[in-house]
Design a protein around this ligand. Sequence first.
Ligand code: MF3
Ligand code: CO
Ligand code: CO
Length: 225
Amino acid sequence: MIGEYVKPGISTEDLDNVCNAFILKRGGVSACIGYHGYPKFTCISIGDTVCHGIPDSKTILKDGDIVNVDVTTIVDGYYGDTSRTYLVGNVSKEAAKLVEVAKKCLEIGISEVRPGNRFGNIGYAIANYAEKFGYGVVRDYTGHGTGIYFHEEPYIVHKAPKDSGAKMEAGMVFTIEPMINLGTHKTKLLSDEWTVKTFDGKLSAQFEHTLLVTEDGCEILTVAD
Ligand code: MF3
Ligand code: CO
Ligand code: CO
């Protein structure tokens, strides 16, 4: 629902408040505020911010930006974690391609989710695709088990050797959330101790869903009903 508000001129704090009002209206609460001291309801990451951008009244979207909105809610004790990257106004071809490939990376990762497949094949498939474009696949942050906690095992890396890791089993719930960089995969943490930027200042894009492993494949839990 936040997509219709993503326009040049709006502050990331306004987007954060719109998300929170919607979450509350639907019977949830934000999992982010207060999590290890995190100060806002969502994470909003523009441009070369990889993840965990802190919404701020002075941070205003402008034409040509790419912006990720990452929302995690708790409903009846259960966590759901999802994000997508939006194009703000007219975006360069280079940025739009990065966002398109990042979206495809999530879809490719999801297509590996079924009982008996190994977690490493998620990261193997994602990196194999993203690196064809010369993009960097972030290694410093991962997908994660979730459900009754925000983050728990297993941690799902988005670049991995083929057939590595544990086997997926029906009933497991976890996220896939590839962060794909135009340049280097390396990141740096700002002094606010939340905001993660690309090391080289180039763009980064991300998409995330929470998945349930079912008997015959997977269900995406974070889609609109
Ligand atoms: N939603 C992020 C994730 O995908 C985590 C944000 S933690 C916060 O795992 F504290 F910054 F909200
Ligand atoms: Co997550
Ligand atoms: Co998230």
